[in-house]
Design a protein around this ligand. Structure first.
Ligand SMILES: [Zn+2]
Length: 287
């Protein structure tokens, strides 16, 4: 069932595990993530970037597909459909399209404007029973063409945004999107503890979950991270399996050109990595 992410993340924070947000790109991606969540009795968040929304012809298409899949696939675990790094306009489009959760990324606005827009969106979302995530400090790496610097969020600014009533908060603690460079310094746990001390029980979100070592993930969860975003890793698994299929010439054998066969190894590979992440985050059998 499609639900807001608030309850699943509050439960995760209290139970010291995290729920994965897996970004979706098409039908295969969505099917792979949903079936893995159902098989492992895990709550799950489907993330949709503005770029992926556009690719799938619009947020209405995405919402209609996901809702229909939940019914046709008889999915009973809690599923949230969440806009990832939403613009102000994108947030309203997703609210209208029937998403159950949004992230408003106002991190590039001056703080006063971020506060004003976040306050307004919190009110609209809560009236509709939706959850809302906000971001403080730019998270590094490249994200739909926007390159961030990998800052450490200012704890006072986190407190200010948390107090606006958002349901969970993404704070930069040295995490970045995409592949991590060889000279990456790791997560800043002192910053995380400082933020946590100021915001109390509010679940924290870790973006850029691809390539963060398992022990750092577990430490972050113990310090209040309850949602971890995974995107690049699924793409790499999909790419590798698809490449193998073609390099082995399987697309040239029999009906190997059938798109349902061609896309199957990649889809199965996504299931493998999603399950691995659910194990690492501790969300299996928590639905
Ligand atoms: Zn992100």
């Amino acid at each position: 069932m499609l639900v807001s992410a608030t309850e699943m993340l509050n439960k995760a924070r209290a139970g010291k595990y995290a729920v994965g947000q897996f970004n979706i790109n098409n039908l295969e991606w969505t099917k792979a993530v949903l079936s893995t969540a159902q098989e492992n009795k895990s709550p799950v968040i489907l993330g949709v970037s503005e770029g992926a929304g556009k690719y799938m012809t619009g947020f209405k298409t995405v919402a209609a597909m996901v809702k229909a899949m939940l019914e046709e696939m008889k999915i009973t675990v809690p599923v949230a459909l969440h806009l990832d790094h939403g613009t102000y306009e994108g947030c309203y489009k997703c609210i209208e399209a029937g998403f159950s959760s949004i992230m408003f990324d106002g991190s590039h606005f001056p703080i006063e404007e971020n506060v004003a827009k976040t306050t307004e969106l919190v009110k609209v979302c809560h009236e509709k029973g939706m959850s809302i995530e906000a971001e403080v400090g730019s998270i590094g790496g490249e994200e739909d063409g926007v390159v961030g610097m990998g800052e450490i969020a200012d704890p006072q600014e986190c407190k200010k945004i948390a107090d606006l009533g958002v349901d969970f908060l993404a704070a930069g603690i040295g995490n970045i999107h995409g592949k991590y460079p060889a000279n990456w310094k790791g997560l800043d746990f002192n910053a995380l503890a400082e933020i946590k001390a100021l915001i109390g029980d509010l679940p924290l979100v870790l973006h850029g979950g691809t390539g963060i070592p398992a022990d750092m993930i577990q430490k972050a969860i113990s310090l209040g991270v309850a949602k971890i975003n995974v995107n690049t890793e699924c793409q790499l698994y999909f790419q590798e399996a698809t490449r193998k299929y073609i390099e082995e010439g399987k697309d040239l054998q029999g009906k190997g050109f059938d798109p349902r066969k061609l896309l199957l190894p990649g889809t199965e590979a996504i299931k493998v990595i999603v399950k691995e992440k659910m194990e690492l985050f501790g969300s299996i059998n928590k639905a």
